[in-house]
Structure formats: structure tokens, C-alpha cells
Design a protein around this ligand. Structure first.
Ligand code: IMP
Length: 498
């Protein structure tokens, strides 16, 4: 006989509805905040807060460089997949971190560097503007691509071609982008050096980047004003992988496992925590309160939850393990709240697998999740790393599970050898650019929160009431008893189906 048999069926998110609360001016759409913590920071770590509660799944067909840049620009964050070589993954992270988000911590050069070496550095890094500094990081000047001729000046030191500091307009100790923007406009310069005490160089601000930043106030940035990025690592090669990702200046690491309640994951968490205490760690996936406590005690500062619900997932069919996501969130949130009472540490939960609509996302948040991870939703966007295909006049994008045969043989590299697959591959309808889709999803989440009378996610956790809904009610909630046109223009009746 099994140790325990739970007779109450586990529930999916779509079986719940939110009950409206009192809507007030404080909960009007423009006042609602979707800000949420990604991790519980350890001492000495910087908190990472998202401005929207959405993250993209660590999957080959979802989270590449373009997705990571666009999603962080729009307020969320991508989890860069680890089913690729260490070098490729680290290069993706480095590219996201180098992407300019307003203030730039630039690559500096010494005044005695030869122009020929500067030219090599320019080609290697792709940068065309270099601040020139002395050994104490005091700014001496600035050199741009059009300040020298790579052939005629090849043997000259940089100091002879740079624009000296005295001829440059600079900003002193500015950390407000609006002020930096005003100064750029006033000085007519394309780039503004920001200096600290004694003319030490702090940042550069480029006119072309600042506009992007001002147009995207929700950008999620690190303390050097670079976009935030999370990378997945596995429990096999993490010792080598983590080093390369830290070198690429990753913001947080997530241990990627479909079943994270394991000593392998605890070992990985402890090993990384000991060697890289400044890097926040995310554990998962688990679906029970016991699994939650186990990972948190091993060092997880956020926990990814969900098993068997992903749109491409066949884990439940293959192994018989899993749980409805609503029940998972409820059970783990209870364990999380108890842990918070005992320790004062609030561990964010990332609900993962099977969420593709704003309503399911809001229900997961209301049940206790802090962040929503999605694969299929993001795979449909222009920024996912796959090519569009056309099938029967419909534009589609390929989407495949990390446990599918396709993922295992992707780019001819074989990962995670097991004897059976846990995922499938297929196509999803192309949706267009992320920034054209996200506003509607967020507006729906905010609108539900407004109806429920809550101004933020913490209040959603605390104050909202949910109700289980019958199968018949779900049908009632869909279009019924009306004749509607199909793709062929023919009208057919959408009845209750009786
Ligand atoms: P979706 O948002 O419903 O498409 O689910 C995405 C989630 O499915 C990911 O974040 C993973 O947790 C999970 N997943 C990814 N690949 C596989 C797989 O091959 N088998 C089972 N689950 C997977």
C-alpha cells in the first residue's frame, strides 16, 4: 500500500475563478503595480525585482539573446537555456549584459595604446567609442572611430588622437537618465561621460541608447544599468558552466530540472553558494511543500514549481508523476508562508508549465505565485530564436520541449541521455513582436486585479477570494447559443453542445 493516497483530485488553474472585490480609484488600471521580487536576496546581494511578473522558460525554442534583451527591456527576464555548450550559453549572456540600457560601464583604454591595437580592439568588441583613462581610472579623453585613420595613424599612441577631457562636456555624479538626456541635448554631443570625484570615470551615456531607455521605463537593470539576465544550469556540468556564466556577469542562476527534489540539486546549490555567494540561486522544479523546504534549506532563494503541465510535456503520461498547477501553487505557497513566519525570509515562487493566458496567470498569482514562467506564450513571438514557417497559409513557429528528441539532438549535440523522451515538438501560431503582444496580456492581468480591488501582487495574495468552478460553469463562460462565422465565412451555431 502506498504511504499516502490523496483522494481529493489536484486542480488546474482553469478550474478557478476570481471573485470581484471593491474597485476604487486606488485600484484603477493606471495605479496597479505588477512589480514582484524574483529572489529573496542573501546578505550582500542586490535585490532583483521584476516590473512585470513574467519570465520566459529556459528552452532552446524560447529564450535566446533577442528574447532576453526584449523581455528585460519590457520589465521581465529570460532564463537562458543550458542545453547548449558552455561557451555558447556564456556568449549569449555576455551579449545581453553588453546591450546598452542607458548608462554604460565602458571598456576603457590607456593613453599609450597604439592606434593599430585600438583598431583590433574595436573589431573584437564591436565598440567604436573608448574612454581613455590613467591607472587610477581618471578620465583623460575620449576616442571615437572617426578621430583617427587606421592606416595613417597606426603607429601613433591614442593620446595623440583622442579628444582631451578639457574639450569634452561631462556630467558629474549624475544617475538620473532624464538629467543625462537634458545634458546630451544641451551639449549637442552624441555621448556624455559621467564622472565621479577627481574626474574618475563612472559611465558613458549614449544619446541613441537613452531614447530606448526613456521609452521603456520598466527595464529591469543591474546596478551598472545593464539589462538583467538569468541562466539555467544543470546538475551535470555546473562546476564548469557556472564559472563561465559568472565570468559573463550573469545576474542569477536557476538549476534546471523537471524533478528538483533531489540530492543532486541540493549538492549543486550548496556548491554554487559556497563558491559564488554573490549570485542569487533559483531551485526547482518541485510540487510539494517538502520539496520546497528541502531546496530552500540547501540555498534556493526562489523556487520554480510545476510538473507535468507544460504544453509540450508528456512527463505525466510517461512517468505518471505530476500535479495540477493550481494545487501545486496552493500547497507550496502554504509551505512558503509557513517558512516566512518561522524565518522572516520570503521566498518567491515561480509557477511554471501550462500557463498561456492572462487569466491563468492571474489565478496562479492569486493562489500565491510571485512570478509566471511561460514557454509556449513566448515561443510564438518574433524574438524567440526559431525561424517562421508557413503551413496552410498560416505563419507558425516551431516549439519543442527540452526533453524532446529534437532538443536532445539540437545542433548535433546530445544532452541528458535517457531512454525515453518527456516532451514533444510541434508548431505554434506566430504572434508578432513581443512588445505588440505583451501590453494586452498585462492589461488583462491588471484589469482582473482592478476588479478584485487589489493594487499590487502582495495584496492579490492577501485579499483575493477564489472559487472552484464546475465543468458546466466553464462551458457557460464560453460563447454559446449564437451563430458565428468560421474561417470559411459560413455561420454555424455555437451551442451548449447538448
Ligand atoms: P508551457 O509554457 O506550457 O509551454 O510550458 C513550459 C514549461 O514546460 C517549461 O518552463 C518547463 O518547465 C516545461 N518543459 C520544457 N520542456 C519540457 C519537456 O520536454 N517535457 C516536459 N516539460 C517540459
Amino acid at each position: 500500500m502506498a504511504k499516502r493516497i490523496i483522494r481529493e483530485a489536484s486542480r488546474t488553474l482553469m478550474e478557478y475563478r476570481l471573485l470581484p472585490g471593491l474597485t476604487t480609484p486606488e485600484t484603477s488600471l493606471d495605479r496597479i503595480s505588477l512589480k514582484t521580487p524574483l529572489v529573496c536576496p542573501e546578505e550582500g546581494q542586490r535585490p532583483i525585482n521584476l516590473n512585470i511578473p513574467l519570465v520566459s522558460a529556459a528552452m532552446q525554442s524560447v529564450s535566446g539573446t533577442q528574447m532576453a534583451i526584449e523581455l528585460a527591456t519590457l520589465g521581465g527576464v529570460a532564463f537562458i537555456f543550458c542545453s547548449q555548450t558552455i561557451e555558447e550559453q556564456a556568449a549569449m549572456v555576455a551579449k545581453v549584459k553588453r546591450y546598452r540600457a542607458g548608462f554604460v560601464t565602458p571598456r576603457t583604454i590607456a593613453p599609450d595604446l597604439f592606434i593599430r591595437d585600438l583598431e583590433s580592439l574595436r573589431k573584437m568588441t564591436g565598440y567604436s567609442t573608448f574612454p581613455v583613462v590613467d591607472d587610477d581610472n581618471v578620465m583623460l579623453g575620449l576616442i571615437k572611430r572617426n578621430d583617427y585613420d587606421p592606416v595613417r595613424h597606426a603607429d601613433l599612441p591614442v593620446r595623440e588622437r583622442m579628444i582631451p577631457l578639457a574639450s569634452l562636456e561631462t556630467g558629474i555624479d549624475i544617475d538620473d537618465l532624464n538629467r543625462a538626456h537634458e545634458l546630451l541635448v544641451e551639449t549637442h554631443q552624441p555621448v556624455l561621460p559621467i564622472l565621479g570625484p577627481d574626474n574618475t570615470l563612472k559611465h558613458l551615456v549614449f544619446r541613441k541608447d537613452i531614447r530606448t531607455h526613456l521609452d521603456n521605463p520598466l527595464q529591469v537593470m543591474d546596478d551598472q544599468h545593464r539589462l538583467t539576465c538569468v541562466a539555467a544550469v544543470n546538475t551535470h556540468d555546473y562546476k564548469q558552466r557556472v564559472e563561465a556564466l559568472v565570468e559573463a556577469e550573469i545576474d542569477a542562476l536557476a538549476i534546471d530540472s523537471s524533478d528538483g527534489y533531489s540530492t543532486f540539486q541540493a549538492d549543486a546549490l550548496r556548491w554554487i553558494r559556497k563558491r559564488y555567494p554573490h549570485i542569487p540561486l533559483i531551485g526547482g522544479n518541485i510540487i510539494t511543500g517538502d520539496g520546497f523546504r528541502y531546496l530552500v534549506e540547501a540555498g534556493a532563494q526562489a523556487v520554480k514549481i510545476g510538473m507535468g503541465g507544460g504544453s509540450i510535456c508528456i512527463t505525466q503520461e510517461q512517468k505518471g508523476t505530476g500535479r495540477g498547477l493550481a494545487t501545486t501553487v496552493e500547497a507550496v505557497a502554504e509551505a512558503r508562508d509557513l517558512y516566512f513566519k518561522e524565518t522572516g525570509r520570503y521566498i518567491p515562487l515561480i509557477a511554471d508549465g501550462g500557463i498561456g493566458t492572462a487569466k491563468d496567470a492571474t489565478v496562479a498569482l492569486a493562489l500565491g505565485a510571485d512570478v509566471i514562467m511561460m514557454g509556449r506564450y513566448f515561443a510564438r513571438m518574433e524574438e524567440s530564436p526559431t525561424e517562421k514557417v508557413t503551413l496552410n497559409n498560416r505563419v507558425m513557429k516551431p516549439y519543442w520541449g527540452e526533453g524532446s528528441a529534437r532538443a536532445r539532438f539540437w545542433k548535433n549535440i546530445r544532452y541528458h541521455q535517457t531512454q525515453f523522451v518527456e516532451g514533444v515538438e510541434g508548431l505554434v501560431e506566430y504572434a508578432g513582436k513581443l512588445r505588440d503582444n505583451l501590453p494586452q496580456t498585462l492589461a488583462k492581468i491588471k484589469s482582473s486585479m482592478s476588479s478584485c480591488g487589489v493594487p499590487d501582487i502582495a495584496s492579490l495574495h492577501r485579499d483575493v477570494e477564489l472559487e472552484l468552478i464546475s465543468g458546466l460553469s466553464i462551458r457557460e463562460g464560453k460563447v454559446h447559443d449564437i451563430h458565428m462565422p468560421g474561417n470559411d465565412g459560413q455561420y454555424t451555431e455555437r451551442s451548449w453542445g447538448e
